[in-house]
Design a protein around this ligand. Structure first.
Ligand SMILES: [Zn+2]
Length: 308
C-alpha cells in the first residue's frame, strides 16, 4: 500500500444550506443580478472592445446593453454573452443550483443525483448542465510552479478487473486505462492533465510547461524512467524516491501530496461517477482541480461563477 499523507487533505468548502441558497437566489432576477456583478464587478463593459461606456437597452430587454464604439448599428449584448450559459433555455437558477451542489460535494455529484434533486426534466438535461459547468471550471489563471513541487502520473478508468493493476505497465498504461499527469506545490495547488501515454517526451513536456525554472527549488518524482534527465536536459533540481524499493520519503523528497490528490480523484470518479470514459475525463479533471485548489476559498461559488 502507498503511504498517503493527510497533511493537505482538502477541507470541506463552506456550504450554503438550502435555505441560504433560496434566500440568496429567490428567483431568476436575483441570479441574473448576481451573474452581472460577478462578471463585471466594476461595472458592465463591452465584451468585444472592453468599452466601459455601454448603455442599458432598457424597455423589454433588461440585462441587455449596447456598445456604440465597436458597432454600427450599436453592438448589443446580454449578460450571457461569452459565458457557458449562452444559448441555453434552462433557467439560470437551475445552473446555480447544480454548480452549488457540485462545489460542496467533495467527491463530486453524479448527473443522476442532480437529476433527482433539481427536477431537471430529463437525465440528459442534468448531464448536459453538469458537463458544461465542468468546462466552465477550467483554470484560466494558471501560474507556474515555484519552490518545492511534486510531479506524478496515474492511470484512470479501465475495467474493474484491471483497476488495481496501477502502474503495472508504466509506459503505455494498462490496456484500457488512461494516463493522467499532475503537479502539485507544497502549498497545495494542483494542475493535472490527461495524456496519451506516459513516455519521456510527454512527461518532460508537461514538466517544462508547469515549472518556473528560475524559481523552482525541488522537483520530486518517483523513479519512473520518463522523468530521467530532468536535471541534465532541463536544468531542474530533480530528486527521486524509489517506490519500488519501498522508499516513500527522503527528507523533503516525496510525492505524497500528489498521491493524496490522486486518491481523492479516484474515489470521486469511481465512487461517484462509476468510472468515466476517456472522452469525458478532461472536464472531470477540471472539476476536481478547481474544487481542490479552492478548498480554502471562502467564496468558491462566486469565484466559479466569475469564471463561467
Ligand atoms: Zn464594444
Amino acid at each position: 500500500m502507498k503511504k498517503i499523507t493527510t497533511e493537505h487533505e482538502p477541507q470541506v468548502v463552506r456550504q450554503l444550506s438550502v435555505a441560504d441558497f433560496d434566500r440568496m437566489f429567490p428567483d431568476e432576477a436575483a441570479c441574473k443580478d448576481y451573474l452581472v456583478h460577478q462578471r463585471w464587478p466594476n461595472g458592465v463593459r463591452c465584451p468585444r472592445c472592453e468599452n466601459e461606456k455601454v448603455y442599458e437597452a432598457g424597455g423589454k430587454h433588461p440585462w441587455h446593453w449596447a456598445c456604440h464604439k465597436c458597432g454600427k448599428p450599436a453592438y448589443r449584448f446580454s449578460l450571457y454573452v461569452g459565458t457557458i450559459f449562452e444559448n441555453t433555455n434552462y433557467p439560470l437558477r437551475t445552473w446555480f443550483k447544480v454548480l452549488h451542489l457540485m462545489l460542496v460535494s467533495k467527491k463530486g455529484i453524479s448527473a443522476m443525483q442532480i437529476h433527482r434533486m433539481i427536477d431537471s426534466g430529463s437525465y440528459k438535461t442534468a448531464f448536459y448542465i453538469c458537463h458544461r459547468l465542468r468546462a466552465g471550471l477550467a483554470d484560466p489563471e494558471f501560474r507556474k510552479f515555484m519552490g518545492i513541487m511534486e510531479v506524478d502520473e496515474t492511470y484512470m478508468g479501465g475495467k474493474d478487473k484491471n483497476r488495481h493493476a496501477d502502474k503495472r505497465d508504466r509506459i503505455r498504461g494498462t490496456g484500457d486505462k488512461t494516463p493522467v499527469i499532475g503537479a502539485i506545490s507544497r502549498k497545495g495547488n494542483v494542475v493535472c492533465k490527461m495524456i496519451e501515454n506516459a513516455d519521456m517526451p510527454t512527461l518532460h513536456r508537461f514538466v517544462h510547461e508547469v515549472v518556473d525554472k528560475e524559481k523552482v527549488s525541488l522537483v520530486a518524482t518517483d523513479e519512473h524512467s520518463g522523468y530521467q534527465y530532468l536535471e541534465r536536459w532541463q536544468g531542474l533540481p530533480h530528486q527521486t524516491v524509489g517506490h519500488k524499493r519501498g522508499e516513500y520519503v527522503r527528507g523533503l523528497v516525496h510525492t505524497n501530496n500528489m498521491e493524496s490528490f490522486w486518491s481523492l480523484l479516484k474515489r470521486g470518479v469511481i465512487g461517484t461517477y462509476h468510472n468515466v470514459s476517456k472522452k469525458y475525463l478532461p472536464p472531470y479533471l477540471n472539476e476536481f482541480q478547481f474544487r481542490f485548489n479552492n478548498r480554502k476559498e471562502k467564496d468558491i461559488f462566486g469565484k466559479a461563477i466569475a469564471g463561467c
